[in-house]
Design a protein around this ligand. Structure first.
Ligand SMILES: O=c1[nH]cnc2c1ncn2[C@@H]1O[C@H](CO)[C@@H](O)[C@H]1O
Length: 485
């Protein structure tokens, strides 16, 4: 038996760490405590089972293997009901489940397919110079196919990385990124045509709403489209389209709060195209300040142009504090992609996309804490795109232990066979939050998504009130769930 002194010292360490970590200081009411007890009991049983039977522990597995197991886990059912607040990191063109895209969009007569010049299939809805042959309606090809299920499956594989053997099919980061980038080109044509653009984005809101996401910040280029009559709509017209689409959605879904846009452009555009897109952002920002909130550079960071090379060019945007930079999405240490984190800080970023390598930079994470710059963590993305195999090893475990501000995001769920945000929250909860952390950490993560959002103060107050009501209902649900068992 250890001495009383020893026990006390031990407890003091545990308590001290508890009070530092994310959610450690969140107050729980008696009702919440009861729900928490039940949830923690489930979590700890699952972890205990995972220790004994490591081969069947879903949170340690690659998502492509884990998905069916996750869906059977009652903890996942609870996570699905969790009010998640806002989703702050999503590339909209990869945001909808691939199944919906195939079963709905490709069944429309206005969706065609052609061979891209670079040798892969691509969907088009208006004639494209990128087609190397004449585009054919997908329905026409489907009618000719002997096995329609197999036909649809092959279409779906054009926009979904799923395979039953990801370790073999994507042995390294560049291989997976190559197919990943092609998928954006496969689906891009859907967003050139107003009716398909609208159908897709309505479904985007629907899938997130059903997953209890109430607010959204999308990353998009926001280029123009062509409407049913052949008329060109430019980026400003698209701002109106988005505003109307969101308003209509809110009419039917009063709990939904809204959408904001972060203009995200490829970090490696040629100079002229880049400058044009920056101008476009500045214009949009002026005319739609409540909608177009920020600017970001995207694309595979390891191979891309470093942020440092943009400092002068983008001074105007950084002076106005409008960056939401991807940075540190890398396994390397002190390479360009890694030190993008330093430039993101110095360029006055509001949040960081990924920040995977931040844990190697003590000066930076202290600064992010002090300046309340949140890290947008996308667990499944980091796994599928080859930064980490087992999400228990994700650096977010460290950020949580230190309470570096983080939010949970899904990045490109449609492209990895996910839907909504719950799968990422499940991994966050089961793989990289402490075994003895239940409702507190979930509540803090959801709160963070409102606190670190680009909403105005007034919008935040409204969102907070709404969140409280949804949270109370969620606690009822958890208590009901617990009593049934
Ligand atoms: O996780 C990511 N890191 C960096 N860039 C990304 C990620 N996901 C998507 N994109 C980038 O966003 C563009 C479409 O908006 C894609 O072309 C891809 O390069």
């Amino acid at each position: 038996m250890p001495s009383a002194d020893y026990e006390e010292a031990r407890n003091n360490i545990i308590k001290a760490e508890e009070s530092i970590r994310t959610g450690g200081n969140i107050y729980l009411s008696p009702r919440e405590l009861e729900a928490d007890k039940f949830l923690l009991n489930m979590k700890q049983k699952a972890i205990h089972k995972g220790i004994q039977d490591s081969a069947s522990y879903a949170p340690s597995m690659h998502f492509f293997h884990a998905k069916p197991l996750i869906e059977q886990d009652p903890i996942f059912k609870i996570i699905q009901k969790l009010p998640k607040g806002g989703l702050l990191h999503l590339h909209s063109t990869a945001g909808v489940s691939s199944e919906w895209v195939i079963k709905n969009l490709t069944y429309r007569n206005d969706v065609l397919i052609c061979n891209h010049k670079d040798g892969f299939h691509m969907f088009v809805a208006v004639p494209s110079e990128l087609c190397a042959n004449e585009a054919v309606p997908v329905n026409k090809l489907r009618a000719r196919a002997t096995n329609k299920t197999a036909f649809d499956e092959s279409l779906e594989s054009l926009i979904n990385l799923y395979t039953h053997q990801p370790e073999l099919d994507y042995p390294d980061i560049n291989t997976v990124w190559e197919k990943f980038e092609i998928m954006f080109s496969v689906i891009d044509g859907i967003f050139d045509y107003l009716p398909t653009y609208i159908a897709y984005h309505q479904q985007l809101l629907q899938e997130l709403y059903e997953d209890n996401v109430m607010y959204l910040e999308i990353r998009t280029e926001m280029g123009g489209v062509i409407d049913q009559n052949g008329k060109h709509l430019n980026s400003q017209d698209m701002a109106e389209v988005i505003l109307k689409l969101v308003d209509d959605f809110k009419q039917d879904h009063p709990l939904f709060i809204g959408v904001k846009v972060i203009i995200a452009i490829l970090r490696d555009y040629d100079e002229h195209a880049f400058d044009e897109k920056v101008e476009r952002f500045l214009d949009l920002r002026k005319k739609y300040p409540d909608l177009v909130v920020g600017f970001d550079l995207v694309g595979q960071e390891d191979l891309g142009r470093p942020l440092a090379s943009y400092v002068e060019k983008l001074k105007n945007i950084s002076d106005n504090g409008r960056f939401f930079f991807h940075a540190g999405e890398t396994n390397f240490f002190n390479t360009d992609a890694d030190v993008n984190l330093i430039d993101a800080l110095l360029m006055n970023t509001k949040r960081i996309g990924h920040g995977y390598s931040l844990y190697k930079h003590p000066v930076l994470w202290e600064a992010f804490k002090k300046k309340e710059i949140a890290i947008e963590i996308s667990p499944i993305s980091n796994q599928v795109l080859h930064l980490v195999q087992d999400l228990r090893n994700h650096p977010a475990a460290f950020y949580i232990s230190e309470n570096v501000p983080i939010v949970i995001a899904n990045d490109d769920p449609g492209f990895w066979n996910a839907k909504g945000l719950s799968y990422d929250f499940y991994y966050a909860f089961m793989a990289f939050t402490p075994a003895d952390s239940g409702l507190q950490v979930l509540k803090q993560l959801a709160w963070n998504s409102l606190k670190y959002s680009a909403m105005t103060q007034k919008e935040k107050i409204n969102a907070t009130n709404q969140f409280k009501a949804s949270w109370d209902k969620f606690i009822d649900y958890v208590l009901g769930f617990g009593r049934k068992l």
